[in-house]
Design a protein around this ligand. Structure first.
Ligand code: ZN
Ligand code: ZN
Length: 215
């Protein structure tokens, strides 16, 4: 049985997610953007063995503590897509700009492509490349447990910003409607910020990407 815990981190309240297998206690973490002490406390108090760090995209609040945690735990960094390299390389400067603690750039052990699979916590996650918010943004989908970590692609009632360098509104809409809405609509998604929702609920009600909104 896959378990997960959402732990909001950084002043941006980014939903870092720890997930693990209840029998083996092996797990992984998605987007450890900051507040490493808080994350380590949860992981260690629950005796979870983190095997991998998964990254949805290269924004500071999602990836700011990735390098430090990877070094501390000696685990590989998986993702995002290579198109986000410029964001990751820019994190040290972004940290200064936003008054965040020091954030180290890194080179992932594996860049991801659409259709890749990532084994973690004893299950397999499907990788969906969803550019638009950032060009290299990926989403992790676990089809059997019907849960997805979608970063800043879609939120409950909203979608990601596209006013950053290499952001693209139409591309983001296509990522959501062509790629995410073609998945099982019962899937619960954990967005990068705010409450969870399901793909089906957003397809019906989201003012940016619902069937009615898009006519
Ligand atoms: Zn973002
Ligand atoms: Zn974010």
């Amino acid at each position: 049985m896959l378990r997960y815990q959402i732990i909001p981190v950084t002043p941006f309240q980014q939903n870092c997610t720890v997930f693990w297998n209840e029998e083996t206690m092996k797990g992984a973490i998605v987007d450890p953007g900051g507040d490493l002490a808080l994350l380590n406390k949860f992981i260690d108090e629950n005796n979870i063995e983190i095997e991998k760090i998964l990254v949805t995209h290269g924004h500071l609040d999602h990836a700011g503590s990735v390098a430090e945690m990877a070094t501390q735990r000696g685990v590989p960094i998986i993702g995002p897509h290579k198109e986000d390299k410029f964001w990751i390389d820019g994190m040290p400067a972004a940290a200064q700009q936003y008054g965040f603690p020091e954030a180290l750039a890194f080179e992932p052990d594996q860049w991801l492509e659409n259709g890749d699979k990532v084994e973690a916590a004893g299950v397999s996650f499907d990788v969906v490349h969803c550019p638009g918010h950032t060009p290299g943004h990926v989403v992790f989908v676990q089809p059997e447990d019907k849960v997805a970590m979608v970063g800043d692609v879609i939120f409950k009632g909203s979608i990601g910003r596209t006013d950053f360098p290499k952001g693209d509104y139409q591309q983001l809409i296509s990522s959501i409607t062509d790629r995410l809405f073609s998945l099982d609509l019962d899937i619960t998604f954990i967005p990068g910020h705010g409450p969870t929702s399901t793909l089906g609920f957003e397809k019906q009600t989201n003012p940016f990407v619902s069937d009615t909104a898009l006519g």
